[in-house]
Design a protein around this ligand. Structure first.
Ligand code: SF4
Length: 464
């Protein structure tokens, strides 16, 4: 008699790198017979794949751990009352909070059995087996694995199957050497590492053969990619994208997250020359003030950022631009903030992400004087977000009446709805009328006429 499959629950916090990492963890544990569940109380292995970028995100992890502890205690009591043996599920914390605060997590939350960093999840099967063995003997596992050897992880994961979907992430680069003064990534993910050209192409071919139509090349500083080939030739991101467009059937190629410092002329040019390269670019600037971007150690100026924007619009006038902003960085005056508002007006973003600065322990800016008061940060954030929301709505409104290709990648809230992405990363909803049509169009790239726009999404109908 075969044993029932074990259940795996993963909660993902933060960025697309984490979404990608979660998918790979599902692959890795799938090989060990684990099936994904969306009910943590039903799971044999619960993983919180964490993000350390913002203080609130880390605190949220601790409150989730608290909730899971209560859930486990209730389960144990119920089992005891009914004379059954209680489920010995494993609670693991992975990702960047784990990397940064490994020992601290186990001190604050002894209920956590395993702590592992973003570069070690290929060793999850060994860690889980070890934890299970300790639990069976009534012991408490206290496993911590926070090595930062990136190459070993990719080598191991490349050998595993890749889940067949129409859209996929492909990590080409990890880590960062930029050391922005507010950011923990260089400490949690380690220095910049580019995968070799051959390794990237092996994964790209697997995705292509599995029918993926849209691939997003991922990296913390993806445009700093400089993978070497076997012949010792260096491949830039631009050259890699051109090659992927030439030798695969991907209809869409995207890349994220880019740093303004690494937007080379070669990379800008491909937006005008490679049809598969989508007209969307996420290019964080963080502030519109030269004084603040210098204090942030951003390695660019406002003039150089604007020059990049102009160059990219010259080769791809319809490009949708996205950005990241931090308001209330230490020392930010009203004049600095107004410089950010001016930049936003000049760039005219299709969408953007904005946050209040929060001190991250261990980063240089955390201990600086001239921290901005919370109420000032809130007021600035509200003003900035109002402007950005207005721009996003205007960008969406301009789409109405246009016909654009949409990759229908998931079902919507109703069972006759499908949701896809426009080339400009807008979510497009369509009501196809019946479930059979949903099935036949799921995963297809179709031309849609946009019939209405909302603040965050569009509605479309099949173009005739
Ligand atoms: S570029 Fe700056 S913000 Fe981005 S990951 Fe590196 S240090 Fe962090």
């Amino acid at each position: 008699m075969s044993l029932p499959p074990k259940k795996l629950y993963i909660k993902t916090y933060g960025c697309q790198m984490n979404v990608y990492d979660t998918e790979r963890m599902v692959d890795v544990m799938g090989h060990e017979g684990y099936e994904v569940t969306d009910a943590p109380d039903d799971a044999d292995l619960v993983i919180l794949n964490t993000c350390h970028i913002r203080e609130k995100a880390a605190e949220k992890v601790y409150s989730d751990i608290g909730r899971l502890r209560v859930m486990k205690e209730k389960q144990a009591k119920k089992a005891e009352a009914s004379g059954r043996e209680s489920k010995k599920s494993i609670l693991a914390v992975g990702g960047c909070v784990a990397q940064a605060e490994g020992a601290e997590i186990q001190r604050r939350a002894p209920t956590v059995d395993m702590v592992f960093g973003p570069q070690t999840y290929h060793r999850l099967p060994e860690m889980t087996n070890q934890a299970n063995k300790i639990k069976k003997t009534g012991g408490r596992p206290r496993i911590v694995d926070t090595d930062l050897v990136v190459s070993e992880k990719f080598e191991s994961l490349s050998k595993k199957a890749i889940a067949p979907k129409k859209t996929a992430f492909l990590t080409v680069q990890e880590g960062c050497d930029k050391f922005c003064t507010y950011c923990v990534v260089p400490y949690t993910r380690g220095g910049e590492f580019s995968r070799s050209f051959e390794d990237v192409m092996t994964d790209a071919r697997k995705l292509n053969e599995a029918g993926v139509l849209e691939v997003t090349l991922l990296g913390q500083n993806v445009n700093a990619y400089h993978g070497m080939s076997r012949e010792n030739v260096e491949w830039s991101l631009a050259r890699l994208i051109r090659h992927l467009a030439d030798v695969t059937d991907f209809k869409r190629i995207r890349y994220t997250t880019s740093h303004p410092h690494d937007m080379t002329d070669e990379l800008i040019a491909i937006h005008g020359e490679v049809a598969q390269c989508m007209p969307y670019l996420h290019l964080p600037v963080q502030s519109g003030s030269d004084k603040i971007v210098k204090a942030m150690n951003r390695h660019h100026t406002i003039a150089s950022y604007m020059k990049t924007i102009d160059s990219i619009r010259a080769v791809r006038p319809d490009i949708a631009l996205s950005g990241d902003f931090i308001v209330g960085f230490p020392g930010e005056t009203d004049a600095d903030f107004q410089a950010t508002m001016k930049l936003v007006k000049e760039v005219d973003y299709a969408q953007a992400y904005s946050f209040m600065y929060s001190e991250r322990p261990g980063t240089p800016a955390a201990g600086w004087e001239h921290q901005v008061e919370e109420h000032v940060k809130s007021e600035r954030l509200a003003e900035l977000q109002e402007a950005l929301n207005h721009q996003q709505r205007a960008f969406n409104d301009k789409s109405v009446g246009k016909v654009m290709s949409v990759l229908l990648e998931r079902t919507g809230k109703q069972d006759t709805h499908l949701v896809g992405r426009s080339p400009y990363m807008q979510a497009v909803h369509v009501d196809v009328g019946d479930k059979a049509t949903v099935e036949s169009y799921f995963g297809q790239m179709v031309d849609m006429k946009i019939i209405s726009a909302g603040p965050r999404s569009l509605k479309g109908e099949f173009a005739t």
